[in-house]
Each structure stands twice: as structure tokens, then as C-alpha cells.
Design a protein around this ligand. Structure first.
Ligand code: F6P
Length: 345
């Protein structure tokens, strides 16, 4: 086997700001530095199943650094999922198409699910490199994923805006932040936005203690309160959203007028922040350095500020949650922010 000459790239799972910056980082490094060809696979692993792709010459990579979303499209197709009812042997089809496209390596940009699939593809013999992305920042093995910083900026701005309207009406404002089962985005946005109560899936909730804390704030003549809640907190089945549950629990428990905001997909949209552009560029370029050295079966990471990589099989099937002893949780408690578990007054 000669040096890698032709690589495929796809984005899978939920989109986030910075994917195009990563595609550009991969593509430009591969084409300009190593003279490789780059093939863009459409709509995640679906494109590999249906052979939907486009050649990506260097000209196709200009002007995409600042673009949100993904020029390749994405999907949540999971080719190894057992419940697949269509009877197709999807891994086999993907392997065949990978060969027919003449690929020497496949770069998979995605979150935990994508890295798990990437590892399974590596196990059936494909050369694969993973690049972690998600606003949730929950990919195992890396301190940061791109998408997180952009979403953090959006969520913080939203919380900032709630302060003024909450103050005018002397209300409690509950804002629900994305993050799947992890509380990273809620913790960071809650702290950056000056939340009074920050509720994470990783910590147990004591609803009575939360209400006591909020009543105490009212008693101390604090005119309003901001409650930042992660979408993934545990709640009774009858509540569709975390915000619904927390707002109704607070209003009935404190009798203080309470309103809720679910920030939703706004957090995933738009142009990447400068930090995400840089992280995505670093990740993309590093992925190609690995390919050039034929170091396959790895995921690019950011650890202690440095870009490096770890084996995909160390990442696969794991999620990085906020450790309950995380220093930011301790700092929040030191500032008398209620973290939902023990915020007695
Ligand atoms: O993983 C990113 C994320 O936005 C999560 O925060 C959220 O739980 C999920 O994706 C939403 O997924 P979908 O795009 O399938 O609605």
C-alpha cells in the first residue's frame, strides 16, 4: 500500500458551529500540504450507504470557515444498529462503497455516536480518523469539542437578556439549556450568565431546597432570580421538558410568578465563535497529519490546551459527564449559587 492519496470526509449527528471550519482544515491541509484528493460524503453515514458524495477541490473550501451548519449535510444514520428493519447489511455496503470510491481513509466529524460508529468501521477494516464536535462538550477523551464555545456565547447572551426582563417584572426566570445528558453547557452558561440556580443532570435535585433558596432571595429583597436548567435533568414522566418541570415546581412551591424559556436549536445555529474556528482548524489539520503518518483508528483531542489523539476504541461507547467534584461546581457553591442538591439557606 502506498501513501494515502484520497480521503473521504463526513459529518454525522446533530450539527454545530465549526463543522465547516473543520472540513476546511482537513481539506486544505490534505490538498495543499500533501497533494491528496478529498471527497465530501453527503449526510453522514447515509451518504456512504447511498454513495452520495462530491469531489472537494480546494476551491470548494473557500469561504466556508465562518459558515454555520455543515456544507456536507448530516444525519443520525447508525449503520451498525441492530434494530435496522430493512434487512440490509449496512456495514458491508459501506465497506464496499468505501473501496469503490477509492478511499484510503475516512474522516468522521461527530459526537459520541459518530465516534462509536467510526470505531466499528475501523474494526471491520476501514482506515478511520475521528474529529469530535458537539455543543454538548461530552465526547470522552477531549477537554473541549468545537461547537461548545459558540453555543456558550449564545446561551450566555440569552441569559443576560433574561436579567433585565426578570428585574422589570420581579419574576423568576427558568431557562433550559441543551447538552443531552451532560451539564457542561448549563454549568458554563449558568456561571457566565450569572444564574442564581444552576441545575445539572449530574447532581441530585432537592426541589424543596431549591424553593427555600429562592424564597430566601425574595426575603433578602433580591428582586428576581434566574434558574438555568439542563435539558437532561431527571424529572417525572408527565413533564415533557426540564423547564416545564422546574418552572411548575418553583411556582407552586414559592408562589412567585415564574416564566420559562427553552432556548433550543438557536444554540446550534449560526457562525462559529473565533475559539471554535481555531479549535476546528487545529482538529482538521491534525487529522490529516495522522493520515499522512498512517496512524489510523484514532480520534483527535484537545488535552490541557494541546492537540493530540487517542485510539478510537478508548472513546467508543463512553460519555464525558461533569464530575460532581468539578472545580467550577465548587466555585459556584462558594459564590452561594444554588446547584440544586444542597442549597439550604
Ligand atoms: O448533541 C447536540 C444536541 O443538540 C443535544 O444538545 C440535544 O439533546 C440533541 O442534539 C438534539 O438532537 P436532534 O437534533 O436529534 O433533535
Amino acid at each position: 500500500m502506498g501513501k494515502p492519496q484520497r480521503i473521504g470526509i463526513l459529518s454525522a449527528g446533530g450539527d454545530c458551529p465549526g463543522i465547516n471550519a473543520a472540513i476546511r482544515g482537513v481539506g486544505k491541509t490534505a490538498i495543499v500540504r500533501y497533494g491528496m484528493e478529498v471527497v465530501g460524503i453527503a449526510s453522514g453515514f447515509s451518504g456512504l450507504l447511498n454513495k452520495e458524495y462530491q469531489e472537494l477541490p480546494e476551491s470548494a473550501l473557500s469561504g466556508i470557515l465562518t459558515l454555520g451548519g455543515t456544507i456536507l449535510g448530516t444525519s443520525r444514520e447508525k449503520p451498525f444498529k441492530k434494530s435496522s428493519s430493512d434487512g440490509l447489511n449496512k456495514p458491508k455496503i459501506i465497506k464496499k462503497n468505501y473501496k469503490e470510491l477509492g478511499l484510503d481513509c475516512l474522516v468522521c466529524i461527530g459526537g459520541n455516536g459518530t465516534q462509536k460508529t467510526a470505531n466499528l468501521l475501523a474494526e471491520i477494516g476501514l482506515n478511520v480518523i475521528g474529529i469530535p464536535k458537539t455543543i454538548d462538550n461530552d465526547v470522552f477523551g477531549t477537554d473541549f469539542t468545537f461547537g461548545f464555545d459558540s453555543a456558550l456565547n449564545i446561551a450566555t447572551d440569552a441569559i443576560d437578556r433574561l436579567h433585565t426582563t426578570a428585574n422589570s417584572h420581579k419574576r423568576i426566570m427558568v431557562i433550559e439549556i441543551m447538552g443531552h445528558n451532560a451539564g457542561w453547557l448549563t454549568l458554563y452558561a449558568g456561571l457566565a450568565g450569572g444564574g442564581d440556580v444552576i441545575l445539572l443532570p449530574e447532581l441530585e435535585l432537592d426541589t424543596k431546597a431549591i424553593n427555600r433558596y429562592l424564597l430566601d432571595r425574595a426575603y433578602k429583597k433580591k428582586p428576581y432570580s434566574i434558574v438555568v436548567v439542563a435539558e437532561g435533568i431527571e424529572r417525572p414522566k408527565e413533564f415533557i421538558s426540564a423547564a416545564d418541570y422546574i418552572a411548575s415546581m418553583i411556582e407552586s412551591g414559592t408562589r412567585i410568578e415564574t416564566r420559562k424559556t427553552i432556548l433550543g436549536y438557536i444554540q446550534r445555529g449560526g457562525s462559529p465563535s473565533p475559539m471554535d474556528r481555531i479549535l476546528a482548524t487545529r482538529f482538521g489539520s491534525h487529522a490529516v497529519e495522522l493520515i499522512a503518518k498512517e496512524h489510523y483508528g484514532r480520534m483527535v483531542i484537545n488535552k490541557n490546551g494541546q492537540t493530540s489523539s487517542i485510539p478510537l476504541d478508548e472513546v467508543a461507547g463512553k460519555t464525558r459527564l461533569v464530575p460532581v467534584d468539578h472545580s467550577l461546581i465548587a466555585k459556584a457553591r462558594a459564590l452561594d449559587i444554588c446547584m440544586g442538591d444542597k442549597c439550604d439557606v
